[in-house]
Write a protein that binds this ligand. Structure first.
Ligand code: SF4
Length: 362
C-alpha cells in the first residue's frame, strides 16, 4: 500500500484508490486496531480521510445534502461523506464510549447496506472482564484468534514507541512543533493503515527532529479536548510565539502508557471513560511539561462541551475554550480571543481575572 509523506516526513493520507476495498475496515474512533491488523484487514480512520481531503468543508456540505442535519457535529458529517465517497463496505461501530451521534450514524450506515461491526468500551475502566469479552468478540467477528491480536500488540508497541519519542522531543527538547506532534499522534489511531511504513517514516522523522535546533518560544501551552477541526490553529499559535507541548486526546490515541496486554492498554486509554481520568492525565502533563495555559477545544454540537465546567473546576490553570463548527481557517473573532488569551498569559493574575470576567460575564 502506498503512503504519501510530505517534505517534512509527516504522514498524510493513504491513496485510497490503491487499497483493496474489501480489506478496508473504516473506524470512526480509536478502537483496538491490533485485532484488525491481526485479522489481515486495513484499518482506516474515517476522520482522517475526511479532514485531510482537499475540500473537507465540501464533504460536510455533501452530507447535509444527503439529509444529515445542519445542527449535528461536522465530524459525523465528514465521516459519513468519506465513507460514501470511498465506498467503504465495513465500519467498526463504537456503541459505548464514544457518542450517541456516532451510534445514530451507524444506523444510517446499516440502512444504506454498509456492514457495521459493534464494539463497546465498558462504562468504567475498572470493568476489565467486560472489556476482555468485547475484545474477544471483535476478534471472533473478524475471524482471528485473540492470541494473534496480543502478539500484534507487541509489534505495534514498537511502532508507537517511535511516536512517544516524537512526543518527548516536543516538550523535553522543543525540537518538534505542536502541529507536527498533533499530526503524528492523531495518525496513530490507524497508523495510516500500514504500521511498517508508518514506523519507518517515524524513525526518519525522529532523525530529522533530533538534529534540529530548539524552537524559539516564550510560552508553553497544551491543547486539550478532541482534535481541532480548524485548519490553522497551530500555525497561528506559532506565529504568536507559542509552543504547544501537549495534545491531550491525540496523545491518548498513541497509547502512551506501558502495558502488557490489550485489556491493560485499552483500560488505561482515557478517551472512552469518565472525565476524571482525563483530568488526572492533564494534571500530570501540566506538571511534567511546564504548561502555562490550556486551550480546551470543543466541537460545536458535541456533548463533550459540557465537560468544560468540570475541567475548569479541577484544573487550576488559565483555560480558553475554543468552539468551532466546520473545517476551515480560524475566523477573526477566534483569532482575537486567542490573542487576548495569550496576552493575558504573558501578563499577570489580575489580567487573567479580567479576561475570565469578559469571557464569562455573570
Ligand atoms: S466531536 Fe463529539 S459529537 Fe462529534 S463525533 Fe466526536 S464525540 Fe461525537
Amino acid at each position: 500500500m502506498a503512503l504519501k509523506f510530505n517534505d517534512n516526513l509527516l504522514p498524510t493520507l493513504p491513496i485510497m484508490e490503491d487499497l483493496p476495498v474489501d480489506r478496508i475496515i473504516g473506524i470512526t474512533s480509536t478502537i483496538p486496531i491490533e485485532i484488525v491488523f491481526a485479522a489481515g484487514y486495513i484499518p482506516i480512520d474515517l476522520n482522517n480521510i475526511f479532514i485531510c481531503d482537499r475540500l473537507p468543508y465540501k464533504m460536510v456540505d455533501d452530507a447535509e445534502a444527503a439529509g444529515l442535519p445542519r445542527n449535528t457535529c461536522a465530524w459525523i458529517k465528514g465521516i459519513y461523506a468519506a465513507t460514501r465517497r470511498y465506498r467503504i463496505q465495513r465500519v467498526i461501530s463504537v456503541i459505548q464510549g464514544d457518542c450517541s451521534n456516532n451510534q445514530a450514524l451507524m444506523e444510517i450506515f446499516q440502512s444504506e447496506g454498509i456492514e457495521t461491526i459493534p464494539f463497546a468500551y465498558p462504562h468504567a475502566n475498572t470493568d476489565k472482564e467486560f472489556l476482555h469479552n468485547q475484545l474477544v468478540r471483535l476478534a471472533d467477528n473478524l475471524g482471528v484468534d485473540y492470541s494473534n491480536a496480543e502478539e500484534m500488540k507487541k509489534r505495534l508497541d514498537t511502532t508507537r514507541a517511535k511516536v512517544h519519542e516524537i512526543d518527548d522531543l516536543t516538550w523535553a527538547k522543543n525540537t518538534v512543533t505542536g502541529e507536527e506532534n498533533h499530526i503524528w499522534t492523531v495518525s496513530t489511531s490507524d497508523l495510516m493503515g500500514d504500521y511498517a511504513v508508518f514506523e519507518e517514516r517515524a524513525a526518519r522523522f525522529l532523525k530529522l527532529a533530533q538534529n534540529r535546533k530548539p524552537i524559539q518560544h516564550d510560552l508553553r501551552i497544551g491543547v486539550i479536548g478532541i482534535p481541532p477541526i480548524c485548519e490553522d490553529l497551530y500555525p497561528f499559535l506559532s506565529s504568536l510565539g507559542i509552543h504547544v507541548v501537549f495534545n491531550e486526546i491525540q496523545r491518548q490515541f498513541s497509547m502512551p502508557y506501558p502495558t502488557k496486554t490489550l485489556v491493560e492498554q485499552y483500560s488505561q486509554y482515557t478517551y472512552p471513560y469518565d472525565i476524571f481520568s482525563r483530568i488526572e492525565d492533564i494534571r500530570q502533563a501540566i506538571e511534567q511539561r511546564n504548561i502555562k495555559g490550556l486551550i480546551h477545544y470543543v466541537q460545536s454540537f458535541c456533548h463533550r462541551h459540557i465537560h468544560d465546567r468540570i475541567i475548569r473546576k479541577y484544573i487550576p490553570l488559565p483555560t480558553l475554550t475554543l468552539d468551532c463548527d466546520r473545517p476551515g481557517p480560524l475566523d477573526g473573532a477566534m483569532k482575537t480571543r486567542i490573542e487576548a488569551f495569550v496576552e493575558m498569559l504573558r501578563n499577570n493574575e489580575p489580567a487573567f481575572v479580567e479576561f475570565r470576567r469578559q469571557e464569562h460575564p455573570e
